[in-house]
Design a binder for this molecule. Sequence first.
Ligand code: CO
Length: 131
Amino acid sequence: MIKAISHLGVAVKDLKEAREFYRSVFGLKSSEPIVGGGGTVRVSLVELENATVELLEPVGNEGPIAKFLEKRGEGIQHVCYEVDDINEEIDALKAKGVEALGEPAPGAEGLSAFLHPKGTHGILVELVQKE
Ligand code: CO
């Protein structure tokens, strides 16, 4: 069952500038950046009461965030929903014809998997089963 929005993934060109914007304009702290996604993305998290904003800056020109920025510019790149049991959820979605992008894999918040935007009305959806 999909329960809540866990985070919004936001593609930014310059993580340092984006973090400074969130701090000075919105008054929000963000975590120290870490590199993830197999070395293709630098991530900093802005924690709110009901969800997290995941600021994503590309590392190099090849990863999904670099490609997204090239095509679409800065903005929301994915929406992450929290689920109870990710394997059960992915199986149920596949049975309904939704295309998953790979198998669930360990991420920052727990096991996560992505759904292809062509099957979700244009949004790259991430599902996470929190630890
Ligand atoms: Co995410």
